[in-house]
Design a protein around this ligand. Structure first.
Ligand code: HEC
Length: 214
């Protein structure tokens, strides 16, 4: 007859733990985690460090120190003003070779055929465009570097070196008739490219919500 009680107590503990987890998920305040931790302890003993249960290890046996070299591997964002662009350069001609090997299968021979996103289109639009490509939508040339380095080619991102990324950007900008055929892209020239739709974007200064998250 007693085993039933024991299993009941077990499920009650699970419910308490689940409730605590739910509460901490709902409450974004910094104290939420320590509150949940105390609740799961059921009041038995206080944590060894602020917010940690007594049985929590000082360190978990995984991960590695966030060394400068490791952080640098992740710190690869390129800003609209060109901040973050690496050394290197690539011409339209070099980019054509990159494109024909690494991009053509998904974006088509001229960047318009797909099957995936259309990259080439510079037709003007008045209403919100149905075709959003590089030439008729993208506000900055610099962020092409950011995006392509991180995400393209879609199945093998990271295979292109800096010269190849600069080159394929030069080629795509050339196909969109934004740079001439002898253009060479680099950390100096790419931020100087003015995209045709740059002025179609405005700062979002609407108010009335909770305000910016800081
Ligand atoms: C395996 C297919 C594949 C390959 C190969 C590929 N892409 Fe893509 N690309 C995609 C898909 C899918 C998207 C849309 C991704 C999304 O919306 O999240 C995309 C989106 C893009 C975009 C953004 C288009 C926009 O305006 O939103 C750019 C730029 C781009 N690719 C460039 C390239 C370049 C340059 C290469 C070659 C170095 C390349 N892609 C190779 C599948 C591919």
């Amino acid at each position: 007859m007693r085993p039933v009680d024991r299993s009941n107590r077990g499920s009650a503990l699970v419910v308490v733990a689940a409730l605590a987890a739910l509460l901490s998920a709902c409450d974004p305040s910094p104290g939420a985690f320590s509150g949940a931790a105390r609740a799961t302890e059921g009041g038995a003993g206080s944590g060894s460090a602020e917010g940690l249960p007594a049985h929590a290890p000082a360190r978990f046996a995984f991960g590695a120190e966030a060394s400068d070299a490791r952080v640098a591997m992740w710190d690869i964002d390129v800003r609209p003003d060109g901040d973050g662009l690496p050394q290197g350069s690539g011409s339209v001609q070099q980019g054509r070779d990159v494109y024909m090997v690494h991009c053509i299968a998904c974006h088509g021979p001229t960047g318009t055929e797909g099957p995936n996103d259309r990259l080439v289109d510079n037709s003007p639009w008045d209403a919100y465009p149905t075709s959003r490509a590089i030439g008729n939508y993208w506000p900055y040339a610099t962020t092409l570097y950011d995006y392509i380095r991180k995400a393209m080619p879609q199945l093998t991102p990271g295979v292109l070196n800096a010269d190849q990324v600069y080159g394929v950007i030069a080629y795509i900008l050339y196909l969109n008739e934004i740079v001439p055929e002898d253009a060479v892209m680099s950390a100096q020239t790419l931020p100087a490219v003015v995209m045709p739709m740059r002025d179609r974007f405005v700062d979002d200064d609407r108010t009335g919500g909770p305000g910016p998250v800081r």
